[in-house]
Write a protein that binds this ligand. Structure first.
Ligand code: IPE
Ligand code: IPE
Ligand code: MG
Length: 254
């Protein structure tokens, strides 16, 4: 009995939901899901097992964010630099992505989740592009959290791509140079229509951006954890939000 109550109390104290201020939930959370390789290495398992384990974590994080009132979650799944990894790993990651997208409605999101992909989608295989189109369409009418998956995404590529689109609009006579503002620029980014992230979470103890959402993270609060992505839990999201709620966001003012 004592053991039972100790276990029960432990479980309860892990979730800090009741301490979270429901009126100050970050509307948009961005996550750099890092540490799959180290998770596998620690267990002497092939790296792809780490990626697979990592990919299975996402669904409950999405559901918990939705429950807490987060409106947008943007996760880094594959960067423009990740192509430089060994061929076998890239192929493994691509087939895992294809499999997850095929079953995205059940394996990545719940019933209400809207799934979208950001990044240079044209650089992905036709199979993956078709699945992206399919899943974006099939979840577009849902009304819950928006899950953006960044695939073949790079912050610099995002900015260069936006600049090219604007130049094209200028050349076509749709706008003139003086009309280019930060707002107009944002509308050409892969994240168009989304507010900038309020909170950035990076797992595995690394403290760098690795070319993620360079423009969009201008005023985000950063939160890091030593936890490797396959070990990441709903409790970590709560810890991050509690810490976020203690921050004083000044935006350059007083
Ligand atoms: C993150 O895990 C997933 C991707 C970058 C695709 P890593 O594969 O980077 O894991 P570590 O950093 O080697 O532990
Ligand atoms: C960032 O992680 C990319 C993703 C999580 C998809 P990396 O593991 O690729 O970043 P670096 O190489 O440690 O900077
Ligand atoms: Mg890494």
């Amino acid at each position: 009995m004592q053991l039972f109550s100790r276990l029960f109390n432990k479980q309860n104290s892990d979730l800090k939901e009741s301490l979270i201020d429901p009126n100050n939930i970050p509307a948009h959370i961005a996550i750099i899901m890092d540490g799959n390789g180290r998770w596998a290495k620690k267990r002497k398992l092939p790296k792809i097992i780490g990626h697979r384990e990592g990919s299975s974590v996402l669904k409950k994080i999405v559901a918990h964010c939705d429950k807490l009132g987060v409106k947008y979650l943007t996760v880094y799944a594959f960067s423009t630099e990740n192509w430089s990894r060994p061929k076998g790993e890239v192929e493994g990651l691509m087939s895992l992505l294809l499999e997850k997208l095929k079953n995205a409605e059940t394996e990545l999101g719940g019933e209400a989740v809207r799934i979208r992909v950001i990044g240079n989608v044209n650089g992905l295989s036709q199979d993956i592009q078709n699945e992206i189109k399919r899943v974006e369409k099939s979840t577009s009418k849902n009304e819950g959290i928006i899950l953006n998956i960044a695939i073949n995404y790079g912050g610099r590529d995002d900015i260069v791509h936006a600049a090219k689109e604007l130049i094209n609009d200028v050349e076509m006579g749709k706008i003139n140079i003086e009309q280019i503002t930060e707002e107009k620029f944002s509308e050409k980014l892969y994240t168009k229509g989304l507010p900038d992230p309020d909170l950035l979470i990076r797992t595995s103890g690394e403290k760098r951006l690795s070319n993620y959402l360079l423009w969009q993270l201008a005023y985000a609060e950063f939160w890091y954890t030593e936890a490797l992505w396959p070990d990441f839990k709903a409790e970590h999201v709560e810890e991050a939000i509690l810490e976020y709620q203690k921050r004083n966001r000044r935006y350059g003012g007083v």
